[in-house]
Design a protein around this ligand. Structure first.
Ligand code: NI
Length: 295
């Protein structure tokens, strides 16, 4: 905001002299050929450095004609510019988190009876999220899992039954994650690309055995402990910043009820709410990630 003020003041000072000459030039043109001047006057003002709209002597007062004769030929070359692109089906605008301010909201341990409400709230705020679902809950909430997919959200793996993967052995950990991937695929046709170990508990053995990117988090309102929508919303709103991954759980109604205010606040603060793959990219190397690396 403030950096534009100085720039504008300088512009205003510079432009007064330019206005004087533009005024003279316009008057001279008006004397000769009114119809041509009418078509080109709005362009001549922007062609000169006098781009101000706030200063007092607008050339419009010199132009006697109303704007109704706008259909003269010179203007058509301007309005006829965009041809085919509007007729082609445009894909949804892609979000580039290297350019735009992005935050990834993630929801673990579901699906649950509250997930549907959460999906409605996300849709109402044009927000996408990532759902780390638990494998043995999927059959019971198969419709919800497909709703997650259909809403453009990301389905991700949170193990079969929320075991601590560091304590069950490498082979069991690998089998657990593979089984959950299969279950998600069987109900949705989606093969998850990322996983989150239950409790965030992992080590190199698990990382090697599972061989999937492990997504941790950088903002944690501890919503499992604070079953208080205001607390959860306030924590996320005051801590989440560009590039963060926010950990929440859609099995708690208090968390789901916190989400609308989180969404409306972060959206009005200019954040894009995106899936983890939009934030971090796809085809991630097998490693641990907790936020978007920003330079
Ligand atoms: Ni969990």
């Amino acid at each position: 905001m403030t950096e534009h003020v100085g720039e504008k003041n300088t512009l205003q000072r510079k432009t007064f002299a330019a206005y004087v000459s533009a005024f003279a030039a316009t008057a001279a043109l008006l004397a000769g050929c009114t119809s041509e001047v009418e078509a080109t006057t709005p362009r001549t003002t922007t062609a000169t450095p006098t781009t101000e709209t706030s200063t007092p002597i607008p050339t419009s007062t010199e132009i006697p004609r109303p704007t109704s004769t706008r259909t003269t030929t010179p203007i058509e070359t301007v309005t006829a510019i965009p041809p085919a692109p509007t007729e082609i089906e445009q894909p949804p605008a892609t979000i580039d988190c290297l350019v735009q301010k992005c935050i990834a909201l993630t929801f673990d341990d579901g699906p649950s009876p509250y997930t549907g409400q959460l999906l409605d709230d996300l849709a109402a705020h044009d927000a996408k999220a990532t759902f780390f679902v638990v494998g043995n809950r999927i059959a019971q909430y198969a419709d919800t899992v497909r709703e997650i997919r259909d809403g453009g959200h990301q389905l991700a793996n949170h193990s079969w039954r929320h075991d601590n993967l560091t304590s069950i052995g490498a082979a069991a950990a690998a089998a657990d994650i593979a089984r959950t991937n299969t279950e998600i695929f069987n109900h949705t046709g989606v093969t998850p690309e990322i996983m989150r170990p239950p409790y965030g508990a992992t080590n190199q053995t698990v990382i090697d055995a599972v061989d999937m990117p492990q997504i941790m988090w950088s903002v944690d309102p501890e919503d499992w402990k604070y079953r208080d929508s205001n607390y959860v919303a306030n924590h996320v709103i005051s801590n989440a910043k560009r590039g963060d991954i926010v950990l929440m759980h859609d099995i708690h109604p208090t968390t789901v009820n916190a989400v609308p205010r989180i969404l409306s606040t972060l959206r009005s603060d200019g954040y894009q709410l995106v899936t983890v793959d939009t934030l971090l990219g796809t085809n991630l190397p097998t490693a641990k990630y907790s936020r978007q690396p920003l330079g």
